[in-house]
Design a protein around this ligand. Structure first.
Ligand code: TRP
Ligand code: ZN
Length: 463
């Protein structure tokens, strides 16, 4: 939903116009939608020409053979006249593709599944593409060496997406700029459970298999979609205003996780006055066995942890629900809007709970001469391998502390809440953030903060 057209260059529109002839042409003679949205770091991620509003994924996973059988029904709106459009899908075998119920032609090249519907699609039209697929999904290795996509676990599997792993388990428009609602149904052998984002809408059993149906009403970027198949202890409680909280914990991690997960309602209760109303209709966590996954990830409503988290990590992933999941970066270059904010949330929580102040955290880091912190500016990571580097997290949080010192605590509080409110359930980029801050504090000069701290190379001269 609310896909921004900012990444689709005007050139593409001109080209489409050139190919379709004059505007008063009676027939629909569109153009292909294009194989990417020109992300600066992942040029093939996402696709042009349409905007997905809903994914209905029906998945069946057999851990014994590691085979995934799926149908993805994708409801989307054409944003130009389309003769063809692409979906991103890595590996797996495609059995059939239909568009609005009619067989469509399709072919594959790398991660691009190009679909040519029987009839061209006119701009503005809503259409439904159904893709049947199966196979053993791949685990992808990121340019920074971490693993995502479909990960095999001790008893099942874990589908994770940041930054481009979701294309290993379902076809879609895999770029953060196109968010959509989801219904994810997963069938697994009896004795195993399948946990995903949002609320459990149903559980049915048939012939030794159980289907878990999960519903996500609020827009979600595909990189924060999750499926976890395994044996879990399920815990249910409520957070602020009766918010349903569902946790799924590997039994081996149950004891170590119990105390920290019990803090979820309290942490959300602290985050709400700081960041604004919680953006989704449920919350929770998934705790896996260490080794099954190496990092925590802010999967929407239900972040994933590699074993029992510490309080700081829990605060961080829950803060991402506002900054990252609700306000989603428009491109992978804007990652500091996720990680700088989530790191700052840890500093703020610490400050409010008898630990060191955010200013002290800033000062300690400023004194650090570890080159990795100053390797590149937070808003301009060198390349795809660096989008999760220290400057994005820590120097990103330092930018926020600089803003706080400049505007004062009250105005800074309004900026944190206001930013989450202004782009709730949407997307935003760094230029929108700096403009937002300037508008909120028109009498202040942020020139040096942007130039030296956000975009500048090396360690700024003045703290
Ligand atoms: N976003 C995760 C976190 O909180 C970290 C992470 C996991 C990540 N996988 C990634 C960051 C891939 C960038 C790319 O903090
Ligand atoms: Zn993070």
């Amino acid at each position: 939903m609310s896909r921004s057209a900012r990444l689709v260059p005007a050139v593409a529109a001109l080209l489409a116009l050139a190919l379709t002839g004059t505007a008063c042409d009676a027939g629909v003679r569109g153009a292909p939608g294009g194989s990417g949205v020109h992300d600066p770091y992942f040029p093939s991620a996402g696709n042009g020409g349409y905007d997905v509003t809903h994914y209905a994924l029906t998945l069946d996973y057999a851990p014994a053979t590691r085979r995934l059988t799926g149908t993805a029904v994708i409801t989307a709106r054409a944003i130009q006249d389309l003769t063809a459009f692409d979906l991103d899908l890595d590996g797996l075998d495609v059995g059939s593709v239909t568009v609005d119920g009619r067989d469509a032609r399709w072919n594959r090249a790398g991660q691009e599944l190009t679909v040519r519907p029987h009839d061209d699609l006119r701009a503005g039209r809503t259409f439904t593409a159904a893709v049947r697929y199966s196979g053993v999904p791949r685990t992808l290795t990121d340019s920074d060496g971490s693993r995502e996509g479909w990960l095999r676990t001790a008893e099942g599997a874990l589908g994770l997406g940041e930054p481009v792993g979701s294309m290993a388990w379902f076809p879609g428009n895999h770029h953060p700029s196109d968010k959509a609602a989801y219904d994810i149904a997963v069938t697994v052998p009896v004795g195993l459970q399948a946990v995903s984002n949002g609320e459990l809408a149903g559980r049915t059993g048939k012939g030794g298999r159980t289907t878990y149906s999960w519903h996500t009403a609020q827009p979600m970027a595909s990189y924060v979609a999750v499926v976890a198949v395994g044996r879990y202890d399920i815990g249910r409680t409520t957070g602020p205003h009766g918010l349903p909280v569902l946790t799924a914990v590997d039994p081996q991690q149950a004891k170590a996780s119990k105390g920290v997960l019990a803090k979820i309602p309290e942490i959300l209760g602290w985050e709400e006055p700081n960041f604004g109303p919680y953006p989704f209709s449920s919350a929770g966590a998934i705790v896996n066995r260490p080794g099954d996954v190496q990092y925590a990830l802010e999967t929407q409503t239900r972040p994933v942890f590699p074993g029992a988290p510490d309080t700081g990590t829990l605060v961080h992933e829950l803060a991402h629900q506002w900054y990252g999941d609700s306000v989603t970066p428009l491109s992978w270059r804007d990652m500091w809007l996720n990680e700088g904010f989530a790191t700052y949330a840890e500093w703020l929580y610490q400050e409010d709970h008898g630990g060191k102040s955010a200013q002290q955290a800033f000062a300690d880091l400023y004194e650090s001469h570890d080159d990795s912190l100053w390797a590149f500016p937070p808003a301009r990571p060198a390349d795809a391998a660096h989008i999760s580097g220290r400057p994005v997290y820590e120097r990103g949080a330092m930018v926020l502390q600089k803003i706080r010192r400049k505007v004062g605590d009250a105005a800074f509080h309004d900026i944190l809440r206001g930013w989450a409110a202004a782009h709730r359930h949407g997307t935003a980029d760094t230029a929108q953030f700096t403009a937002f801050v300037e508008k909120r504090a028109p009498d202040k000069d942020f020139g040096e903060i942007w130039k030296d701290w956000l975009y500048g190379d090396g360690r700024p001269d003045r703290p």
